[in-house]
Write a protein that binds this ligand. Structure first.
Ligand SMILES: *[C@@H]1O[C@H](CO)[C@@H](O)[C@H](O)[C@H]1NC(C)=O
Ligand SMILES: *[C@@H]1O[C@H](CO)[C@@H](O)[C@H](O)[C@H]1NC(C)=O
Ligand SMILES: *[C@@H]1O[C@H](CO)[C@@H](O)[C@H](O)[C@H]1NC(C)=O
Ligand SMILES: *[C@@H]1O[C@H](CO)[C@@H](O)[C@H](O)[C@H]1NC(C)=O
Ligand SMILES: *[C@@H]1O[C@H](CO)[C@@H](O)[C@H](O)[C@H]1NC(C)=O
Length: 496
């Protein structure tokens, strides 16, 4: 990874992009195809809290954060106890769908073997609460948080043994929840998880060997590729299990999710344009080519050589076509310049920093267009998109920049859909303020604020919650009263 990406440096976009061919002016949710799902999202570690309650054992997040004395998700939003209240807020907001993840170490505390009955009951209750209120659950099986036990036992994702354990865990989920859950994402942001956890060591399990990093073990030259490979094989194994054992009866679908960046070259030089192709191959093609075509991109094979695992013929067949949909996590646009001897973007711990969160809806369009054209237009769900702001309860109440961001990006999705993209759903990250992975509680993306100093963790709607709700309910009175119409035409005229 570091060798090839050392040739690429990417500058996150800091200013409003000037690129916009603005033929969508005003739009409403009725302009989206029938059945297009609008939702919002959280994940287990970031929302549930109840870190060691009712039989839950540590995940790699707990063991990574506790000794470092960092802010953590021990309590988070206490969704474990407050889920009914939160579903009520989802209903008031008018969400069609809700995306959340299951904590593997709550359901099967040692990663394999016995199911924890209290964990099972919690997810049964939560899913029932959603479904009985007409909210479609979109479940992620793995949002970075595997049980510490299997990390200690055999090294977690660097060992192929995890494929069997992950498949058995998925089997429990399909069996217990599959009558009510139709949308399953196996792995969250597989590319970013792999880079953070095994190349940079900045996220759990914190493995790396790059100079200047501080990991006690790992190998940045080989492990990112091994882990990426095992994630793909584990996904394919789960997908096959679903097809063989559940799909006919449950009629759901199983997808895989990736972090995407809208890349654009800094200049029109040939070097920069080639750098974009390489960035796309490394960032997306790494996982998408195997899922769609059954093998890694040629560019990657050439660059990484023998460090890149090889799919056997049988594995290639199993991985190819194993994703019923592609889940897209999208926040950022980036300018790419071909530079030698610079550290990679992907290694850059500022990757998630708020500075990249400019309104650059063209980036979303370019990602969707690229997936359409290069990968045969598979069904796509945008599983995360949103804008962070400093966590300040007063300031956050009127979070106009977030409204502007969401509005512009939903407009970009509409443009892509109108141009043939097979995108079928859009989820705002996040439904409420929560523990942001490694960023703690300083910045937040929520439509609802959470008062983390309040023992009751009171939730309150921000302006963006009212706005999203009005959009979903087609309340033009509200949109007009918030100056949204004006905001939109200002945005488009300044951008065009
Ligand atoms: C590196 O890690 C060790 C062990 O966790 C810790 O004691 C040390 O302070 C760290 N050094 C830096 C520069 O982060
Ligand atoms: C990483 O693994 C490769 C291949 O096994 C080996 O050549 C290299 O020395 C290892 N690097 C470290 C830092 O252990
Ligand atoms: C719209 O789709 C066509 C056909 O795939 C493509 O050639 C064109 O570039 C797309 N337009 C935009 C703005 O992406
Ligand atoms: C948050 O909760 C604390 C403790 O209950 C309270 O003192 C404070 O006023 C609350 N803040 C807001 C903005 O409601
Ligand atoms: C629509 O928004 C207006 C203005 O905020 C509000 O008074 C009204 O109750 C809303 N209507 C519905 C159906 O939610």
């Amino acid at each position: 990874m570091e060798r090839s990406l050392s040739l690429i440096t990417i500058f996150l976009v800091l200013a409003l992009s000037g690129r916009c061919s603005c033929d969508v002016n005003l739009f409403s949710r009725n302009d989206f195809p029938e059945g297009f799902a609008f939702g919002s999202a959280t994940s287990a570690y970031q929302w549930e809290g109840a870190v060691s309650e009712d039989g839950k054992k540590p995940s790699i997040w707990d063991t990574f954060l506790h000794p470092r004395n960092l802010e953590n998700g021990d309590i988070a939003c206490d969704g474990y106890h407050k889920y009914k209240e939160d579903v009520q807020l989802m209903v008031e907001t008018g969400l069609d769908a809700f995306r959340f993840s299951i904590s593997w170490s709550r359901l099967i505390p040692d990663g394999r073997g016995l199911v924890n009955p209290k964990g099972l009951q919690f997810y049964n209750n939560f899913i029932q609460e959603l479904v009985s209120h007409g909210i479609e659950p979109h479940v992620t099986l793995y949002h970075y948080d595997h049980p510490q036990y299997i990390e200690d036992d055999y090294g977690g994702w660097i060992n192929r043994r995890i494929i069997e354990d992950f498949t058995a865990y998925a089997d429990v989920c399909f069996r217990e929840f599959g009558s009510r859950v139709k949308f399953w994402t196996t792995i969250n942001e597989a590319n970013v998880f792999t880079i953070g956890g095994y190349n940079d060591g900045t996220t759990p399990p914190g493995r790396c060997s790059s100079p200047g990093r501080n990991c006690s073990s790992g190998n940045s030259s080989t492990e990112p590729y091994i882990v990426g490979h095992n994630l793909l094989l584990a996904h394919a194994s789960v997908s096959r299990l679903y097809k063989q054992k559940y799909k006919e009866r449950q009629r759901g679908s199983v997808g895989f999710s990736l972090f995407t960046i809208g890349f654009t070259p800094s200049t029109s030089s040939k070097d920069d344009i080639n750098a974009i192709l390489r960035a796309k191959d490394f960032f997306l093609g790494w996982m998408l080519e195997p899922l769609i075509f059954g093998d890694y991109p040629d560019e990657m094979k050439r660059t990484v050589g023998s460090r890149l695992p090889v799919f056997s013929e049988g594995e290639s067949e199993q991985v190819k076509g194993s994703s019923d949909f592609i889940g897209i996590i999208h926040y950022l646009a980036a300018y790419v310049t071909n530079i030698k001897f610079k550290p990679s973007l992907s290694g850059n711990p500022d990757f998630f920093s708020d500075m990249g969160y400019a309104v650059a809806p063209w980036a979303m369009e370019s990602v969707l267009e690229y997936i359409k054209q290069s990968y045969g237009n598979p069904p796509v769900y945008i599983l995360e998109n949103g804008r962070p702001m400093k966590q300040d309860l007063q300031l956050q109440k009127k979070d106009t920049p977030r409204i502007e961001y969401l509005h512009a990006y939903i407009g970009a999705v509409l443009k892509s859909v109108r141009n043939g993209s097979n995108t079928r759903g859009y989820f705002v990250w996040s439904f409420m303020d929560l523990y942001e992975l490694l960023r703690g509680y300083e910045f937040s993306f929520g439509l609802y604020s959470v008062n983390f100093s309040d023992p009751h963790l009171k939730r309150s709607p921000k302006a963006s919650a009212h706005w999203y709700s009005a959009f979903l309910k087609g309340n033009t009175t509200f949109l007009a009263s918030q100056g949204i119409t004006k905001l939109q035409s200002d945005f488009f005229s300044s951008a065009s």
